[in-house]
Design a protein around this ligand. Structure first.
Ligand code: AMP
Length: 396
């Protein structure tokens, strides 16, 4: 894998695709610096070598030029995080940009305007990509969150750099972490899949059955499995058309000697709300009028035991409706179990969909080995797909 550590950026201009798609409040102030801070090691390496940095990113989903989505809003924050002045140019291609890039000195940063002000960006337009490529000597891809898209700045641009392209340290770390779970893992390997629906995770489950020894299934998708197995699930969320698929997954797991662990008990509620009446019931015995919204204490003990006997842990999806405090306990208990296992030497990776939100909300982000920065990109990787943005750097 070619990373920024394989290059010396002295007197070079690095054009870096970062993911600065940060949340802004109604005053256009950045409310979460995580993504800017995540890009710091890569930017610092280039500046430290004596090079200069041109940053390109998208922000939101503008339709054409729209000041609401201007990257100008984040210039001060990038400067604050990096500790150096950041120049800004109101475009990402064209004459103004060429001039700004030309005038950029060693140790300086230039932030380009939102790539998605051009529809050519998401279309992966060749001519637009080529113009972007003229903004630097070396292309550095450091945006895992968009690596599953074949957009101009994430994929197509790479072909104009021949050998002068590499992964930034953030993207390299993503690739290494996933590899540590899927390919170079220390056994026993556990995958925990939660979240709302089986349908959105089927391809993931099928792909990882070849990689894991244990599979914990939690969250809303539990009930499709339980109903398929003949249990009574009351009014719990269920995809009836996926019941057959659920049974096939269990059969495949058995053939591959993967141990599947489903919840034993659940917190059932008479309403989808924090103030609902709740009761603890067996997962296969939920009365009509009640829905399972979190895993119960027996399930938490079972999952704790499984988590703590594994050396590699992948966590995707909450075990319950974690957004509502009443139903967040199972997800928190699982976070604590993974924390303990990690302290005892296990490698734990959290990523994909809503899991990152849950991990951040409950303060587990620093307690697991790695939190992925890409929801969709992570899910597609777990599905066994090669991401175009990664392929583009690997191929010459
Ligand atoms: P995903 O994006 O697939 O990881 O799904 C996350 C969503 O699943 C969260 O918004 C949770 O509230 C929801 N969820 C988890 N458990 C349940 C459940 N038992 N019933 C309904 N929704 C659930």
């Amino acid at each position: 894998m070619i990373t920024i550590n394989d290059f010396n950026f002295k007197n070079k201009k690095a054009i870096i695709r970062v993911d600065f798609n940060v949340p802004l409040n109604e005053n256009f102030e950045v409310t979460d610096l995580t993504r800017i801070e995540a890009a710091k090691p890569t930017i610092s390496k280039v500046l430290g070598d004596g090079g200069s940095v041109i940053l390109m990113s998208h922000l939101g989903r503008p339709k054409g030029v729209d000041p609401k989505f201007s990257l100008r809003h984040i210039v001060d924050k990038v400067a604050e995080v990096m500790g150096v002045q950041v120049h800004f140019v109101e475009d990402c291609i064209g004459e103004k940009v060429t001039r700004a890039v030309h005038n950029l000195k060693r140790g300086e940063i230039l932030l380009l305007e939102n790539l998605r002000f051009y529809s050519e960006e998401t279309a992966g337009d060749e001519s637009f990509s080529e113009q972007l490529s003229n903004n630097g000597d070396i292309f550095v891809h450091d945006a895992f969150g968009t690596a599953h898209r074949a957009h101009a700045s994430t994929t197509i641009v790479a072909k104009y750099f021949s050998e002068n392209k590499c992964f930034g340290s953030l993207l390299a770390k993503e690739i290494e972490s996933i590899d540590k779970v899927l390919n170079n893992s220390e056994k026993p390997v556990l995958a925990i899949l939660g979240g709302a629906k089986v349908s959105s995770k089927i391809t993931v489950i099928e792909n990882i059955l070849d990689k894991v020894d244990h599979l914990i299934i939690g969250g809303g998708m539990t009930f499709t499995f339980i109903k398929a197995l003949g249990g009574s699930i009351g009014d719990s969320i269920c995809e009836d058309d996926k019941m057959e698929m659920a049974l096939e997954i269990l059969e495949k797991a058995k053939n591959k000697q993967v141990q599947v662990h489903l919840p034993i008990d659940v917190i059932a509620a008479d309403d989808f709300s924090n103030d609902a009446n709740t009761k603890l019931v067996e997962v296969s015995n939920i009365p009509i009028g009640w829905q399972g919204l979190d895993v119960g204490p027996k399930s938490q003990i079972l999952f704790d035991r499984v988590v703590n006997q594994c050396n590699t842990i992948l966590w995707n999806g909450p075990l319950g409706v974690f957004e509502l405090e009443t139903f967040s306990k199972g997800t928190i208990a699982l976070g604590n179990s993974i924390d303990k296992a990690t302290q005892n030497g296990a490698f734990s990776l959290v990523g994909g969909g809503d899991s990152v939100a849950a991990v951040k909300k409950f303060g587990f982000a620093n307690k697991v080995s790695y939190v992925s920065t890409g929801g969709g990109a992570m899910l597609e990787t777990l599905e066994g797909k090669t991401l175009p943005g990664i392929e583009a750097i690997l191929s010459l």
